[in-house]
Design a protein around this ligand. Structure first.
Ligand code: NAP
Length: 327
């Protein structure tokens, strides 16, 4: 999913129901990635008055990617931003309203639930939280510059674009070790760069990685710079003990240093797990009756567009049952 150019479908809103000036809905979906839009499609299609509050950057993580090859239904792949525009239009066509506004506060202690955005206060009987998660960044300027041009946060999504190249994976947890192992299917060599002298990943994953002759470990090291012409060509490592710098000829950098769920606004309103993700009670139900969650905001295992969309569908079906039962 390299480079975010090439999108041909970025047509702005075509469906007038996005402009509805209403503040009460049956269900409000917070977030507009694959989970949020799918939930919107199902809720609206079930004839519930549905609003999707999409935040200021609608589309979720897929708007920062280019080609998506593994979303079923697109034989030749599709650009990530285009896929999100299609989902958005489909959601609107089903009758959901979409407003590009950011939720700044929620009150789930009373019913109807209250949702405050930067410009409006809304009320609803049910909520689906689909705010996703954001990959942690290294914090380098060159990381931003080469985003979508060799810097990636998802090996499953982007690995196949790097056949026969040397790649760098950063991190020492399960994600980094799993991604490094996965990337050896495509790469000529994978450099795993970790800031400590031992991995945090589970023993079984470590053993698998140590046994893989394509993976070279760089201990006590960090990526200090990423450079290249149009895309990533060189990655500079700094040894944190000796300060020595090494430059690798690598075509890609996979940052796998964890994710941060976008749950800050829900703190104290619904139960979160020890990592800050929404804790689910039963399928998509949260600790608050009538509040549901879908996608990467609760799922720290699969994190795929297709699984997020699946969770969105599940949450909408759970909302449909809840609204029918509590009518
Ligand atoms: P994680 O366990 O939090 O590990 C993050 C790694 O990145 C750590 O090694 C950490 O270093 C390093 N790191 C953090 N910030 C960094 C920075 N600024 N610069 C360089 N390195 C940095 O995250 P994760 O690997 O994504 O795993 C998250 C959760 O998902 C875990 O519970 C994991 O078990 C689970 N998971 C499971 C599977 C599986 O079972 N198949 C696969 C993936 C993830 P330190 O060690 O120094 O802190």
């Amino acid at each position: 999913m390299m480079a975010d150019a090439g999108s041909t479908l970025l047509v702005e809103k075509e469906y007038p129901n996005s402009e509805k000036k209403k503040t009460r809905y049956d269900v409000i979906i917070i977030g507009a990635g694959p989970a949020g839009y799918t939930a919107g499609i199902y809720c609206a299609r079930a004839r519930h008055d549905t609003l999707v509050l999409s935040g200021v950057l609608p589309g979720g993580q897929l708007v920062n990617t280019t080609e998506v090859e593994n979303y079923p239904g697109f034989e030749n792949g599709i650009m990530g931003p285009d896929l999100m525009v299609i989902m958005r239009k489909q959601t609107q066509r089903m009758g959901a309203a979409i407003i590009d506004d950011e939720v700044v506060n929620v009150d789930f202690r009373q019913k109807p639930f209250k949702i405050l955005t930067s410009s409006e206060e809304y009320e609803c009987r049910a909520v689906i939280i689909a705010t996703g998660a954001s990959p942690r960044r290294l914090g380098l300027e060159s990381e931003i510059m080469f985003g979508g041009r060799g810097v990636s946060y998802c090996a499953t999504c982007d690995g196949p674009f790097f056949r026969n190249q040397e790649l760098v994976v950063v991190g020492g947890g399960d994600s980094a070790v799993e991604e490094a192992t996965f990337l050896t299917k495509f790469a000529s060599k994978v450099h795993l760069v970790h800031r400590r002298s031992s991995l945090r990943a589970s023993k079984v994953m470590q053993e698998r990685a140590f046994a893989n002759s394509k993976i070279q470990f760089h201990w006590d090291s960090e990526v200090s710079d990423i450079s290249g012409q149009q895309k990533v060509q060189k990655v500079t490592l700094r040894n944190l003990k000796t300060q020595e710098k090494t430059t690798l000829d690598a075509g890609g950098v996979f940052v796998a240093i964890g994710h941060t769920p976008n749950t800050r606004v829900f703190e104290g309103q619904v139960e979160l797990d020890s990592l800050g993700y929404i804790a689910l009670k039963d399928h998509t139900k949260t600790s608050v009756h009538g509040v549901f969650a879908a996608g990467d905001v609760h799922d720290h295992t699969y994190r795929q567009a297709i699984t997020a969309a699946g969770f969105g569908c599940m949450a909408a079906i759970d909302v449909d049952r809840y609204l029918t039962e509590t009518r």
